[in-house]
Design a protein around this ligand. Structure first.
Ligand SMILES: Nc1ncnc2c1ncn2[C@@H]1O[C@H](COP(=O)(O)OP(=O)(O)OP(=O)(O)O)[C@@H](O)[C@H]1O
Ligand SMILES: [Mg+2]
Length: 165
């Protein structure tokens, strides 16, 4: 596995499928950030990830609404040894002041829940060291280009079987 992800996603199904694959690698305490322009596919990836987590745990998938207005949507993470843990789907588009995040319990949630964060540039210094930073960009042919920041060792090890380098 290279030190970064560099991968073409041919169509929305590929974005969803990548979300499914990523879901299977997650551990509580992880943070994944999703950046990219409006319409790049961030929510498609997040929904793929969340729906896979829920279905793997036998939970119903009624709806995975966008957290644009609520900022945070949370889902149970009912692993046997992970009582009380959750998946937090966060959209920081409307956040201007990091103080608002602190009011939402963001600091307590860090390192405890699985965090999937859209528009992470609003986080300003609140990013943990082992974050998996993903970016989606629209290519000329309409497909999406998935890249990552430098991968922390834990992510290199976990992502290697997916062959995304
Ligand atoms: N790999 C892909 N190739 C082509 N289209 C894709 C791909 N992945 C997602 N899309 C499509 O891109 C559109 C926008 O996706 P999505 O809503 O997930 O973007 P977003 O980044 O969350 O946008 P916003 O910032 O506006 O919330 C959807 O129609 C989705 O089906
Ligand atoms: Mg979105």
């Amino acid at each position: 596995m290279a030190d970064q992800i560099d991968h073409k996603l041919e169509g929305p199904e590929a974005t969803t499928a990548f979300g499914h694959s990523l879901a299977r690698l997650l551990r509580t305490g992880d943070m994944i950030t999703l950046s990219g322009d409006l319409g790049a596919g961030k929510s498609t990836l997040a929904r793929g990830l969340i729906s896979q987590c829920l279905s793997d745990h036998g939970l119903p998938i009624d709806d995975i609404p966008s957290p644009t207005f609520t900022i945070v949507q949370s889902y149970p993470w009912p692993g046997e040894h992970d009582q009380g843990r959750e998946i937090w789907h966060i959209d920081l588009w409307r956040i201007d002041d990091p103080e608002e995040l602190i009011e939402l319990g963001f600091e307590e949630a860090l390192g405890r829940h699985v965090m999937v964060v859209e528009w992470p540039d609003r986080l300003q210094g609140l990013l943990p060291q082992d974050v998996l930073s993903l970016n989606l960009a629209v290519e000329n042919d309409g497909a999406r280009h998935l890249t990552s920041g430098d991968l922390a060792e834990t992510w290199r090890d976990r992502l290697r079987p997916l062959g995304l380098g």
